[in-house]
Ligand binder design. Structure first.
Ligand SMILES: NC(=O)c1ccc[n+]([C@@H]2O[C@H](COP(=O)([O-])OP(=O)(O)OC[C@H]3O[C@@H](n4cnc5c(N)ncnc54)[C@H](O)[C@@H]3O)[C@@H](O)[C@H]2O)c1
Length: 329
């Protein structure tokens, strides 16, 4: 029996989900307030239904739904899906604010509805391999780690003005800290909760946006390990990489080349492992897991609670940035 999946928001990632679920043999439908987006989606997949208004959705035809709208709509749409008893694949971040998301958690936990959260890098082969090496202490005891994400916002969606994209708008849930919280999620997935944070969140470039575009964070762990995170929306060329330095060497992953490098040689004689994986792989793996969750065959590998932990970090980071004080977590 083919599952029927409704995607809320037929933008960049929404169309990707539509195509992936279609490829996996699902019947797919889309909701988007923009007609042009529904048109584009219909050019990619065979849509069972196409809705401009959520009130028109025929829920009897929906088994599960993907929320791929701007973050400011995520929780109200989660609440609607819960009301309809539909399993949810929610794109990250859970919501722009923690309080709104926390009130939804209690309702979700009292229901039979499952929610899978799309911090998609958890489903990406190079990141899984990187984490495996950390667990096997490939570079010994970990002393420090740096996450860097730098990518000019104008390059993200070349088909539209960056000022029209939700990322440019604070009220829609844009900004580097919220959107690139992928790396906060990975930090928690790799190392657990840090002891403290000191952070600075700012708008420093000439981008015409109402959100932050520069984030620098220092996390301290109970065992003395230090983790730094840099996120920006103005960098060219784009960089996305993780570097871990341990007692027995250094481990890096570069997302642009998908190479994992490891070395303990002073002169930088690296053992390089090219991983054959393209970005869509993580979305396909996530979609496959959602189908298993819907069938009751597995529990979500990334949960609403995981997303709330990220939002808790984000709130403390904002507090630290405003006060200029290092804060306990
Ligand atoms: N997991 C990942 O790696 C990844 C990658 C990209 C985007 N995302 C997330 O997916 C979400 C969407 O990002 P995007 O890049 O596709 O943005 P986008 O702007 O390309 O698409 C958003 C779509 O939502 C539509 N929309 C506006 N209001 C809506 C509403 N109330 N209900 C439903 N749809 C509405 C817009 O018309 C647009 O078509 C964000 O939360 C983003 O962080 C995740």
């Amino acid at each position: 029996m083919h599952k029927s999946v409704l995607v809320l928001g037929a933008g960049s990632v929404g169309k990707r989900h539509l195509k992936n679920f279609d490829d996996l043999g699902c019947v797919v439908s889309a909701f988007d307030p923009r007609e042009d987006r529904l048109h584009e989606a219909a050019g990619i997949v065979n849509l069972q239904d196409s809705y401009s208004f959520l009130t028109d959705v025929d829920w009897s035809k929906v088994d599960g739904a993907v929320i791929a709208s701007p973050p400011s709509f995520h929780i109200e749409q989660c609440a609607l899906l819960l009301e309809q008893g539909k399993h949810i694949l929610l794109e990250k971040p859970v919501s722009p604010t923690l309080a709104e998301a926390e009130s939804f958690l209690a309702k979700l936990e009292q229901s039979q509805v499952k929610l899978l959260l799309g911090y998609t890098y958890r489903w990406f082969t190079p990141v899984i391999e990187f984490r495996r090496r950390l667990e096997q202490e490939a570079v010994g005891t970990i002393y420090s780690c740096n996450f860097t994400m730098s990518a000019h916002l104008e390059d993200w969606h070349p088909w539209e003005k960056y000022t029209d994209f939700f990322m440019a708008h604070r009220e829609l849930g844009g900004g580097a800290l919220l959107d690139e919280s992928h790396f906060l999620d990975l930090m928690l997935w790799f190392f657990g909760m840090p002891k403290s944070v000191f952070g600075k969140v700012a708008k420093i470039s000439d981008l015409n946006i109402s959100t932050d575009d520069n984030v620098d964070l220092v996390f301290e762990y109970e065992d003395g390990k230090m983790v730094t995170v840099h996120l920006d929306l103005y960098g060219r060329p784009h960089q996305k990489r993780i570097t871990v330095v341990g007692s027995d060497g250094t481990l890096t992953w570069d997302a642009q080349t998908n190479v994992i490098q490891q070395s303990n040689a002073m002169d930088g004689d690296w053992d390089a492992h090219q991983i054959e994986a393209e970005r869509n792989e993580m979305f396909v793996n996530l979609a496959e897991e959602f189908l298993q969750v819907m069938a009751g065959d597995c529990e979500p590998g990334c949960t609403l609670k995981d997303g709330l932990t990220v939002l808790h970090l984000i709130e403390r980071i904002r507090e630290s940035s405003q006060s200029g004080i290092r804060l306990d977590l």
